[in-house]
Design a protein around this ligand. Structure first.
Ligand code: GDP
Length: 459
């Protein structure tokens, strides 16, 4: 039903290339089977020819039609649904064809092979459907990123945020700001066109007042960026402690699946392993760091380096102090703004009357303390990721653009109304451009490869 994702008024991006017009792309858009259904999607001018060739028919647009799909020699490949979405009202803005067939490997393979026989058809690059949707003005860049996030969403909170962004929550905000600046700019330029007339002071003061207000709104919006980015990648919880503290055992228990190697030999957890948890809808990533200590082993040293790096970037550090020794281990003194949770691991080895210095007592063996730990992590996740209302920036790219915009606006205001209007106009232009690069409204050709690289094939 991609063709129904209408509502975006065609806003064709001027001056963008990358839409050849000649190429028709195809890809398996559903996950590789075996599965009940597989969806193969095509976009481009050859869709109708392909439909006629495979189904010997051109069914009515946007209506599912059950047809036998045949290869060049007329032999049946499968029976399935054929769906046509003629451009420009389709997901990509071009003619789109969807083939819903049984999700067997041989069916998909033979169908793709049959497609290979059509003129002008090739396999799609990752994200190429969405990229075409952007280039054809069907969505802006933040919406395209929202689509990618929606597909990657692992928890309810991530899904909600991604759906908002894909639906234009950030675009609406940034377009609104751009329009506001454009109006001021038009005002100034109208005066600049008539150099004989003096620009009344109160007009300039009014412009600058609103520009200052906008800078304030951007500062507030930027304050939400960490939260947005955190929600997108999950709360990062680094488990640290000496070798044999029980880090990987704890991770395994919490993940309820075998991801980390558990062993008696110190230093066998060589890499940074992570598991993704869904705690009450919040995404939480637990990172099992390699034993943080000096070592001769090059591979392990690399593991330690990466562990320190992850710890420095973590939102929460869970420090394990094993009950059975490893005296002398002290937390590495890395600069970190993370929330620290101190715990005694292997608490089952603790003498019944032993104190834990107010630390959380954890035992992977008995399960002691695990509910409390999860409860604390869930609480922290909610605290650090819950929305204060409104969409938040979700990528470093957004944050950088907003910061550029804000600097330009502050420059515009700083000199006061007495500053030459040409200079103020130039600052407003730069601020608009910074916003335009976030949404893709201005020339962003150089960004596209980076942005769409992370998409999956078939989207
Ligand atoms: P890591 O090096 O910190 O990842 O430690 P491991 O998870 O590999 O655990 C080291 C050893 O401690 C293993 O033999 C585990 O079976 C043992 N161990 C881990 N957690 C517990 C626990 O809660 N209680 C007890 N008694 N032993 C544990």
């Amino acid at each position: 039903a991609e063709g129904d994702v209408g509502g975006h008024v065609g806003r064709r991006q001027e001056g963008l290339t990358g839409l050849s017009g000649a190429d028709t792309i195809c890809a398996l858009s559903s996950a590789p089977g075996p599965a009940g259904v597989a969806v193969i999607r095509l976009s481009g001018p050859a869709c109708d020819a392909v439909c006629r060739g495979l189904a010997r028919d051109l069914p009515e647009p946007r209506r599912a039609a059950l047809r036998t799909l045949r290869d060049r020699d007329g032999a049946a490949i499968d029976r399935g649904l054929v769906l046509r979405f003629p451009g420009p009202g389709s997901f990509t803005g071009e003619d789109v064809l969807e083939l819903h067939v049984h999700g067997g490997r041989a069916i998909v393979e033979d169908l793709l092979a049959a497609l290979g026989g059509f003129e002008g058809l090739r396999m799609a690059e990752p994200g190429e459907f969405t990229r075409r949707a952007f280039v054809n003005g069907r969505m802006d860049l933040t919406e395209a990123e929202g689509v990618a996030d929606l597909i990657a969403a692992e928890t309810t909170a991530q899904r909600r945020a991604a759906l908002d962004q894909a639906g234009g929550a950030l675009s609406g905000l940034y377009d609104g700001w751009r329009t506001r600046l454009l109006r001021h700019l038009a005002h100034l330029e109208a005066w600049l066109d008539f150099p004989d007339e003096e620009l009344p002071d109160d007009v300039m003061a009014g412009v600058l007042e609103d520009v200052a207000a906008l800078a304030g709104e951007i500062v507030a919006h930027l304050a939400d960026a960490r939260r947005g980015e955190r929600l997108r990648r999950g709360l990062q919880v680094a488990i640290v402690g000496p070798p044999n503290a029980g880090k990987s055992t704890l991770l395994n228990i919490l993940a309820e699946r075998d991801v980390a190697i558990v062993s008696e030999t110190p230093g066998t957890t060589r890499d940074v392993l992570e598991v993704h948890l869904d705690l009450g809808g919040w995404p939480v990533t637990l990172i099992d760091t390699a034993g943080l200590r000096e070592t001769e082993d090059a591979v392990e040293r690399e593991g330690v380096r990466r562990a320190a790096e992850r710890m420095a970037a973590a939102d929460v550090v869970l420090a394990l102090h094993p009950a059975d020794g490893a005296a002398g281990f002290s937390m590495p003194s890395h600069e970190t703004a993370a929330v620290l949770i101190e715990a005694v691991s292997k608490a089952d080895r603790l003498a019944p009357d032993a104190g834990a210095d107010g630390r959380l007592r954890l035992s992977a063996a008995t399960g002691q303390g695990l509910p409390e730990l999860l409860e604390r992590l869930t609480g922290l996740a909610a605290e650090l990721m819950a929305s204060g209302g409104g969409a938040a920036p979700t990528r470093a790219r957004h944050r950088a653009g907003l910061a550029d915009c804000r600097s330009a606006l502050e420059r515009a205001v700083e000199g006061g109304p007495g500053r030459p209007p040409e200079l103020i106009a130039e600052d407003l232009r730069l601020a608009m451009r910074a916003l335009g690069r976030i949404t893709g409204a201005v020339d962003v050709e150089d960004l596209l490869d980076v942005i769409f690289r992370d998409f999956c094939i078939g989207k």
